[in-house]
Write a protein that binds this ligand. Structure first.
Ligand code: NAD
Length: 476
């Protein structure tokens, strides 16, 4: 077998596999090394399975809460958790097979095994299964190497974290039985998405978050609204509450935490530790490899080059946004840089999405960020209860907010909490990436009835008054 390549990529998650396809299309003889399964965390233990679980649980919840409102009798609705798990797995498997096909179709050579970057720049692959010549490991020579090994869940160093029944997101996806109650440590993205799934399915859910609010990195109004919506759903939320230990009790597990300096506890059959993720660097560097680090991350310059010549790094192992679409964008840009091209993708505006009900999405800066950065802005807001499509689908909770530069009217940011927010945020990402103004973004006609009409209204509110909002002041 030919073991010489133009590019060897370690890690076939959304960063690595996108880079591999792009590199192959650009004419690079490309190999990709993966030790678990193509698709990485996103497809196997993250975005895709989580969104499948959210879809199934929301459908179940909607049949209970919405069906009657539109005249549908939905008696005796129930679920079979093992079938939900099968559906989640089927969706994942289908997508993984699709990516395997794309890699093959583009002529990318795949190695199943663990890749290690060696001091001489080669990549050693410890094969999962010996090859036809009986080799258990092989050495690949490559002009360039791209490190894209992603991240793994972080465990907080507290007593009881290793108890049976304490799981991370990886463990949640492996559950075959519906947990009747749970305590979630961390009110970040993973915490609130799992809370949505299991509260929809009827579990007793408690969230313990150390920071003053859930989704601390999002717009404040979004965090406040989500807390209220979760409380209505019966989710018990404690913010400003730091978990100190976990212990086994007859009824399951007790999570001890401190809230406003007072000790408190919550119990559940399951504890989900959703307290962040850390770069997956285990076994990535061979003996004598010296690579510059940026704290716990691999240090890169703005062309994704590490301190070792011809070695690049992208995605969750570098300091930045830990999101699948960010990793894919990095991969695409890194391949452009390798080929002496300036990327078209603008990495300055990466949208963030949370798949709660209603959905949450944000890109660019918030009004509070503008204040901190002393940027004069105009803002617009539209409450979705005046949006036709939202009323039809009983999804009128929520809003769209826009932030634009006061002088140039260039769109600087948007925050959305409404139905289909995660799809619609792309309107704003495109606007920000292309320096578009509020007026330019308003120039296209949005079809009726759509949720996107809410975007037009929020934009109009930036420069006057939106059509479907009552005037703020009565005109003389
Ligand atoms: P996160 O950083 O978003 O949230 C973790 C939370 O845990 C923080 O708010 C932190 O304050 C809290 N925490 C830490 N220690 C604690 C303690 N002892 N007691 C109480 N609270 C504690 O991390 P995550 O939710 O685990 O997600 C990991 C990464 O995966 C993030 O970068 C996230 O963006 C990404 N992700 C994205 C999506 C999506 O895009 N929809 C979905 C899932 C995960």
């Amino acid at each position: 077998m030919n073991n010489k390549f133009d590019l060897v990529i370690i890690g076939a998650g959304p960063g690595g596999y996108v880079a591999a396809i792009k590199a192959a299309k650009a004419g690079m003889n490309t190999a990709i090394v993966e030790n678990i399964r193509v698709g990485g965390t996103c497809l196997n233990r993250g975005c895709i399975p989580a969104k499948a679980m959210i879809h199934a649980s929301s459908l179940y919840e909607e049949m209970h809460s919405e069906a009657e409102l539109v005249g549908i009798k939905a008696d005796g609705i129930s679920y079979d958790y093992s079938k939900i798990v099968d559906y989640k797995q089927g969706t994942t498997d289908e997508l993984v097979a699709g990516i395997e096909g794309l890699l093959e179709g583009n002529g990318v050579t795949r190695f199943n095994g663990k890749g290690t970057l060696e001091k001489d720049g080669s990549v050693t692959v410890k094969l999962k299964e010996a090859d036809e010549d009986g080799n258990e490991s092989i050495s690949l020579e490559s002009g360039k190497v791209l490190l894209a090994t992603g991240s793994v869940p972080s465990l907080i160093p507290i007593p009881g974290i290793d108890l049976k029944g304490v799981v991370t997101s990886d463990g949640v996806f492996a559950l075959s039985k519906m947990p009747e109650s749970m305590v979630i440590i961390g009110g970040g993205v993973i915490g609130v998405e799992f809370a949505t799934v299991y509260a929809n399915l009827g579990a007793k859910v408690t969230i313990i978050e150390a920071l003053p609010r859930v989704l601390q990195n999002m717009d404040k109004e979004i965090s406040q609204n989500l807390k209220m919506i979760f409380k209505k759903k019966g989710i018990d939320i404690h913010t400003g509450a730091s978990v100190k230990s976990i212990e086994e009790i007859d009824e399951g597990l007790r999570v001890n935490y401190e809230e406003k300096d007072k000790p408190a506890s919550a119990t559940g059959k399951l504890v989900i530790c959703a307290a962040g993720r850390k770069p997956n660097l285990d076994g990535l560097f061979g003996e004598g490899v010296e690579i510059e680090m940026d704290g716990k991350f691999v240090a890169v310059n703005d062309r994704f080059e590490t301190s070792i010549p011809d070695v690049y790094a992208i995605g969750d192992i570098i300091n930045g946004t830990q999101l699948a679409h960010a990793a894919s964008a990095h991969g695409s840009c890194a391949v452009d840089f390798m080929n002496g091209k300036e990327p078209e993708l603008k990495l300055s505006s990466i949208p963030g999405c949370v798949y709660t009900d209603p959905e949450i999405a944000q890109v660019g800066i918030t009004e509070a960020d503008a204040k901190d950065q002393e940027i004069d802005v105009i803002t617009g807001k539209f409450i979705m209860s005046a949006n036709g499509k939202s009323l039809i689908t009983h999804e009128e909770r929520g809003f769209v907010k826009v932030v634009a530069d006061e002088n140039t009217h260039k769109v600087l940011g948007a925050q959305m909490m409404c139905a289909r927010a995660t799809d619609m945020i792309a309107e704003f990402t495109t606007a920000i990436a292309n320096d578009m103004t509020v007026e330019q973004l308003l120039s296209g006609i949005r079809p009726h009835p759509t949720y996107n009409e809410g975007i037009a209204e929020a934009l109009e509110d930036c420069i006057g008054e939106s059509t479907h909002t009552m005037p703020k002041r009565r005109r003389k």
